[in-house]
Design a protein around this ligand. Structure first.
Ligand code: HEC
Length: 161
């Protein structure tokens, strides 16, 4: 694919993102707001500390970095209209199979039950995304992508290492 095609696909995706956001109407949950931390909020940081041992913490961070890379790969495959490959990455790298690998890496560490719920909700959203991708309809796919990313954000707002 040449550069011009890539750029126009990129612009198209962006336009679709805007359209999807505009078409949703004024539902609070449909409009993710960037929560900009003030310096008081940074000082006041009331996220719950997980307090993991070094090994599990390193394993967890590795999983997290792979999550971010998975999102990048999914967006790239959607831009290239490689829907099957995007769906496979969503399922394998963010869905329930990833949970088993994450647990192995975290070597029996225990987490608060609310943390566990947020983790499962994130895998569930990714599975829904994987199911929506074969529709090849970006208007259906992008809201699922947004909810998947939203599940990352929910947990990051609540917990820290
Ligand atoms: C169930 C909770 C949870 C979910 C879901 C979650 N994360 Fe995290 N993630 C964390 C916590 C806790 C940290 C550590 C944050 C801190 O200490 O400030 C973290 C850290 C990270 C880091 C930094 C890794 C490093 O090497 O320091 C990245 C990148 C990241 N997450 C990406 C993601 C992405 C992308 C998703 C969604 C696809 C995601 N996370 C979903 C809990 C979660």
């Amino acid at each position: 694919m040449n550069r011009v095609t890539m750029v126009s696909i990129g612009a198209g995706l962006l336009a679709l993102l805007c359209l999807t956001a505009a078409g949703e109407g004024p539902h609070e949950h449909a409009h993710p707001m960037i929560k900009e931390g003030t310096s008081a909020e940074i000082r006041q940081d009331d996220r719950v500390v997980l307090g993991l041992d070094r090994g599990p913490e390193a394993g967890m961070k590795l999983t997290m970095r792979e999550h971010l890379e998975a999102l990048q790969v999914i967006v790239a495959f959607l831009g290239q209209e490689k829907f099957d490959r995007a769906a496979t990455v969503a399922h394998e790298e963010l869905g329930f199979p990833k949970h088993h690998q994450a647990m192995q890496r975290e070597g029996g560490a225990t987490f608060p039950s609310k943390y566990h719920e947020l983790a499962m909700a994130h895998h569930q959203e990714a599975e829904e995304l994987a199911k929506a991708i074969p529709s090849k309809d970006l208007k259906r796919i992008l809201p699922h992508l947004e909810r998947t990313i939203g599940a990352c954000v929910s947990c990051h707002r609540a917990y820290k290492l």
